[in-house]
Design a protein. Structure first.
Lengths: 481, 496
């Protein structure tokens, strides 16, 4: 292993070392705040290593990993995201539970996600996926004294196990067809053989797609999403919704950008179409904000597939940019939405508001929280001057450049349906008839709340002045397309 | 820079009004009035600029601001106005005063936030009328919806949630089609020239693309929904009826005009061939709107709903005028937009104050108002007559010019559109008869117009008289823009 290899892997190494150190720390010091501070420090350390890795990128490390702009960009996003979730976890109250292990699990899950986006070998993909999945399962079920939480944990465990086995089976079939485990392994030989090898290859990729679609909760693999979101603590659900999905999406994109899109294009098309429609339609009738966000995330991942299918056209660069920007926008917005739930829970003894009725008239009782949530909803709906709109604009551009007229139509229809339920939340928030005085406890400015305000400001700031980020994304994804 | 300054003043004024509303409601209203005064003064200083226009392309834009915004996609912050858009901006600001005045008594809750939304909606509309970058135009187009949505959904009447939602979804969904069309236009232009830009003036040079019909349709639908045109009109009666009075005034007076503006500014010059090919369809839609809107207006019992349906009918003239392909009809369409903005705003203000006094909008429950409040009813009659198209008032000029121009283009079209005037007289007179005449309910006398209301209606009446008696003063301001448009279109050999 050369020095460059170490530099390239330094963010992952920092996270891994941090996780080990954290394990020791929480054995000695059972204090939530200290644990949070240290977890934050490890994440920050990993983030500080990113420029070092950027210096040597693009750099393949052994057969397993490749550290390039694409993976570093996503690592940066994931680390920032993880830092915010650490703060949100610190801010939320789990009665009778020490949160030290939760931070440990968060570190390992983040490590899994970061390793996943840098994988270039099926073994690395599998290990990273498992690292992330197992940590997440424990995080979901962390409030073991609550039935909902346990139910969600078991559900997630079973389904994540199924998805992993799909991935494994897919990898097996691909190996049978090509005899190679590298992502970029040439398949011409297998395809030229025709017949069985070809069928195995296609089947293998389809199974792989199925496994990753579980993580991204695309239709028809979306059934776990609402229950798990609802049962998990809000910050953990935020992790699932943001890093959990983005990492799977990113590795799928890397896989397909390697020239494996053709056999899967038709399947992807139908998955995208149904995700947009089913996700949006099911979200319409939800009364729980977390279930609503869950179904809306199904739809958003469906939108994102437009960028994947744009890989087929000559404009592959635009596809990568669209993916990168959309993911960043979606993560920022989702994190903000879940942050508000955490924030409101903190001022009512840790009981999370979930039913929409609990949000009625919030604008007049907790104007700042309500405005932030409103902003997140408008960004998810894709209203201009928010970053969500620019994400959608990228998809429109990528879709139009690659001529995906059917999907763009469905995207418009999906957005119109989506508008209905996002606006319903806005409407509930500013309903003037509700004069309920609960949730009035004056909130103290904790770091998590300040960060939440900063996130909301960022949604607007990047929605108005996106150029820096756009250029950064453009630079970063060059390595992949 | 003046345009950017106007936008800034209105945005900051909105924030200031919200802040002042925390102290006393009156302060918020005063801040809003001051903001509008400053913005209007700034807008008026632009007037001398446009009257010197030469009518040459490129030279006809005043107060130009062109900054890089998102270079990645060639998007600029490009604002400028010509006479046509400046007239609409002045109309917007004028109606802004009316809005503040009509809500003086009506809005009592969360007054600061109300004026924030009011000013931001108006700022969005001013942005729509002055954006010369397609992306920027789209941003303003969407952004003006959000505060408008709040105006309806917070301060509206009994079915406000439904109406606000319908309004937003119709407009947003149709505008996404426009966004796709915009992106395609830009990409096609990029394929030909290698220059990625959203700038309106650059895209005017784009060669008509093979798919230009579909691109045109994307733009057309977005504007037709806003105008509104049958069959995309169903959001309008709900939104207008459920909105608070100021909201109805903005919707009818200004927001509908953005649809007409879009047709003239974007659909015709960007896609002249496709638009010309679509003329029969557009004419049919326009005439259907005129007649169908008028018939539906005839069947209404709700005062505001009647006026709302009459708007569909009146705005049909704008669509017909734009697609008649001659200068007379185009002038008529511009005139119709201005006059309808003022007369309909007056009628909605009247409906609002009647509702405030009687607590109903149902005309069956009115009746006999003339003996109870003669001055109020006389004022109402004036605006009803204006809306019917009485010579000497603005609407007459608009409708007459549209019909005249249409007659040159197609006689049957003019005849059918003209029928709309007849039905218009019928439903308007029915309104007067049901609400103001007839047996009075032996109720106590109604509060007469107070000084605030009188001055508000006097201003509106003055405007509509001015439009009707000296139409040239306004047409001369808009004319260079229309000549320029004509040059743009005929330059490509579209006109016969």
């Amino acid at each position: 292993m050369t020095g460059d290899d170490l530099l390239a892997l330094s963010p992952l190494l920092a996270l891994a070392t941090g996780a080990c150190a954290h394990l020791l720390l929480i054995a000695w010091i059972r204090d939530d705040r200290t644990a949070a501070v240290f977890a934050l420090a490890y994440v920050a350390l990993a983030a500080l290593c990113l420029p070092l890795a950027w210096g040597v990128a693009p750099h393949p490390v052994g057969d397993l990993f490749v550290v390039d702009g694409f993976s570093l960009f996503l690592m940066l996003v994931f680390l920032l995201n993880a830092a915010v979730i650490v703060l949100q976890l610190e801010d939320s109250r789990f009665t009778g539970l020490c949160k030290g292990e939760l931070f440990l699990l968060l570190l390992t899950a983040t490590l899994g996600a970061c390793a996943l986006v840098a994988s270039r070998h099926f073994a690395a993909i599998f290990i990273s996926l498992e690292l992330m999945g197992i940590s997440l399962f424990a995080m979901v079920a962390y409030r073991a004294n609550q039935r909902r939480s346990l139910e969600a944990g078991v559900k997630y465990l079973v389904l994540t196990a199924i998805s992993t086995s799909l991935v494994l089976m897919g990898v097996g079939l691909i190996y049978a067809a090509t005899g190679k485990l590298e992502l970029a392994a040439p398949q011409e030989a297998a395809l030229a053989n025709g017949g069985l090898a070809r069928a195995w290859l296609t089947g293998g990729y389809a199974l792989l797609l199925g496994g990753l679609a579980f993580k991204m909760s695309l239709v028809p693999f979306h059934f776990w999403t609402p229950d798990v979101y609802q049962g998990a603590p809000a910050p953990v659900a935020a992790f699932l919704a943001t890093i959990g999905k983005a990492a799977a999406a990113a590795i799928l994109f890397r896989l397909l950008a390697g020239g494996h899109i053709e056999p899967l294009a038709d399947i992807l098309f139908w998955i995208a179409l149904f995700s947009m429609l089913v996700g949006n339609l099911l979200a319409v009738s939800q009364q729980s904000i977390k279930r609503l966000l869950a179904y809306s995330s199904v739809a958003h991942m469906g939108y994102l597939l437009v960028a994947f299918l744009a890989l087929r056209a000559q404009s592959g660069a635009l596809a990568g940019e669209a993916l990168g920007f959309y993911l960043a926008a979606y993560l920022l917005t989702t994190l903000t939405a879940f942050g508000v739930i955490t924030n409101l829970a903190a001022s009512r003894d840790g009981r999370e508001p979930d039913h929409l009725e609990e949000f009625r008239g919030l604008l007049w009782r907790r104007p700042r929280s309500a405005l932030v949530l409103m902003l997140a909803m408008l960004s998810l709906a894709g209203i201009p001057l928010t970053i969500g709109f620019l994400g959608k604009f990228y998809l429109f551009a990528a879709g139009a450049a690659s001529g995906q007229w059917v999907l763009l139509w469905v995207l418009v229809i999906g957005s119109a349906i989506g508008l209905y339920y996002y606006l319903r939340v806005v409407l509930v928030l500013c309903d003037r008839s509700a004069e309920d005085a609960s949730m009035l406890a004056a909130p103290q400015p904790t770091p998590a709340r300040l960060v939440l305000a900063a996130l909301a400001a960022l949604i607007v700031w990047l929605g108005v002045f996106p150029d820096t980020v756009m250029q950064f994304v453009q630079e970063a994804v060059r390595s992949i397309s | 820079m003046t345009l950017a300054l106007i936008l800034l003043v209105m945005l900051l004024g909105g924030v200031a009004a919200a802040w002042a509303g925390g102290g006393s409601p009156r302060a918020a209203r005063v801040v809003a009035l001051v903001t509008l005064s400053v913005a209007s003064l700034l807008a008026v200083t632009l007037l001398p600029g446009v009257s010197h226009l030469t009518g040459m392309p490129g030279a006809s834009w005043v107060s130009e601001v062109n900054l890089h915004w998102i270079p990645r996609f060639g998007i600029g912050f490009h604002l400028a106005v010509d006479g046509f858009s400046l007239l609409l901006i002045l109309l917007t600001l004028f109606l802004g005063f009316i809005c503040v005045l009509v809500s003086w008594e009506e809005i009592r809750e969360r007054v600061g936030f109300f004026h924030l939304n009011l000013l931001w909606t108006l700022a969005g509309v001013v942005g729509v009328f002055s954006a010369l970058d397609l992306f920027l135009f789209f941003v303003f187009w969407e952004v003006m919806l959000v505060p408008m949505y709040f105006l309806i959904s917070i301060w509206g009447h009994e079915r406000r949630a439904y109406a606000a939602m319908k309004f937003f979804i119709f407009t947003q969904a149709s505008s996404l089609l426009m966004l796709i069309a915009m992106v395609c236009l830009v990409l096609l232009h990029y394929d030909v020239t290698g220059h990625l830009t959203f700038d309106y003036l650059d895209l005017l040079q784009a060669q008509p693309a093979p798919a230009s019909f579909w691109l045109m349709a994307g733009f057309f639908i977005a504007f037709a929904v806003k105008l509104p045109t049958v069959p995309w009109h169903t959001w309008l009666p709900d939104a207008h009826t459920q909105a608070p009075t100021a909201g109805s005034v903005i919707l009818a007076g200004v927001l509908l005009k953005t649809g007409g503006y879009g047709l003239v500014r974007f659909v015709i010059p960007l896609f002249p061939d496709a638009a010309l090919a679509f003329t029969p369809g557009a004419m049919l839609l326009g005439i259907t709107g005129i007649l169908y809107g008028a018939l539906l207006a005839f069947a209404q019992d709700d005062f505001k709903r009647l006026v709302a349906y009459s708007s569909i009918s009146h705005m049909g003239f704008v669509l017909v005028g734009v697609f008649a392909w001659n200068a007379v009809a185009l002038n008529g369409a511009v005139m119709q937009m201005l006059a309808h903005g003022i007369s309909t705003s007056a009628l909605f203000a009247m409906a609002g104050l009647l509702q405030h006094r009687l607590h109903t909008r149902d005309m069956c429950a009115m009746g006999g108002l003339w003996s109870r409040a003669p001055r109020l009813c006389a004022v109402a009659l004036f605006f009803v007559v204006a809306s019917v198209g009485m010579p000497g008032l603005g609407n007459f000029i608009g409708e007459f010019l549209v019909l005249w121009g249409t007659f040159q283009h197609s006689v049957p079209a003019a005849v059918f559109a003209g029928l709309g005037l007849v039905v218009g007289a019928v439903y308007s007179l029915r309104l007067v008869q049901r609400a103001f005449h007839g047996p009075d309910a032996a109720a106590p006398p109604l509060a007469e117009l107070d000084r605030r209301e009188l001055s508000l209606f006097a201003a509106l009446a003055f405007a509509i008289l001015w439009l009707g008696l000296v139409p040239n003063a306004f047409l001369a301001i808009a004319d260079p823009s229309l000549v320029w448009l004509d040059a743009q279109v005929s330059f490509r050999g579209v006109l016969p």
